[in-house]
Ligand binder design. Sequence first.
Ligand SMILES: C[S@@+](CC[C@H](N)C(=O)[O-])C[C@H]1O[C@@H](n2cnc3c(N)ncnc32)[C@H](O)[C@@H]1O
Length: 172
Amino acid sequence: MNVSEADGKVLYDIIIKHKYKKALEIGTSTGHSGIWIAWALSKTGGKLITVEINEGRYKQALANFEEAGLSDYIDARLADAHELVPKLKGPFDFAFCDADKGWYKNYLIAVLPKLEVGGCYTAHNVSGRRRGRMWGIGEFVDYLESLPNMETTYDDSSWSGISISYKKSEKS
Ligand SMILES: C[S@@+](CC[C@H](N)C(=O)[O-])C[C@H]1O[C@@H](n2cnc3c(N)ncnc32)[C@H](O)[C@@H]1O
C-alpha cells in the first residue's frame, strides 16, 4: 500500500525544485511517502502535516519517522481526514493525497482554498483514470481538470500514476 521508490522520488523532486515548505499528506499509512516528503522538507526547511485514521499504522509511521531521523520535520496526526482536513488552517504549498479514493474530490475541495498560488496538489493511484471509474478516481480527475486555475499533468512512470496540479491563481 506504500508508494514505490519511483513515486516517492517524484514527490521529493517536486518539493526540492519549488522549495516548498508547508506540506500536507492525507493517508500516512506506515510513513513511506511521508519519509520521501519529509526528507525533501529537511532540505528546504519545511514541515509536513500527515493524517492517518488507523492507529496501528500511525504508530508504525511514528517509529519509522524516528528511525529515519525525520521526526522534527513531521507533525503526524491520528484522525479521520474527512473531519480533520477541512479544519486545518493552512496555508500549504504542497499536498499529497493518498487516502480513501472515494473521498479524493472532497479532499481537493477542502484543501484548494488553503493551497497557495504556485503550490502543488498531487494525488496517488490515478493511473486508471481513463480506463474506468473505479474508486472515485474518475470523478476526482474530471473535477480537477474542470478547474481553470489548476494546471495538471500526470506522471505515469509507475503503475500507480500521480496527478500533479499547480495552482495558477486564486480564482477557479
Ligand atoms: C494507500 S495507503 C497510504 C500509503 C502512504 N501514503 C505511503 O505511501 O506510505 C492509504 C492510507 O489512508 C488511510 N485512510 C483511509 N481513509 C482515511 C481517512 N478517512 N482518514 C485518514 N486516513 C485514511 C488508510 O488507513 C491507509 O493507511
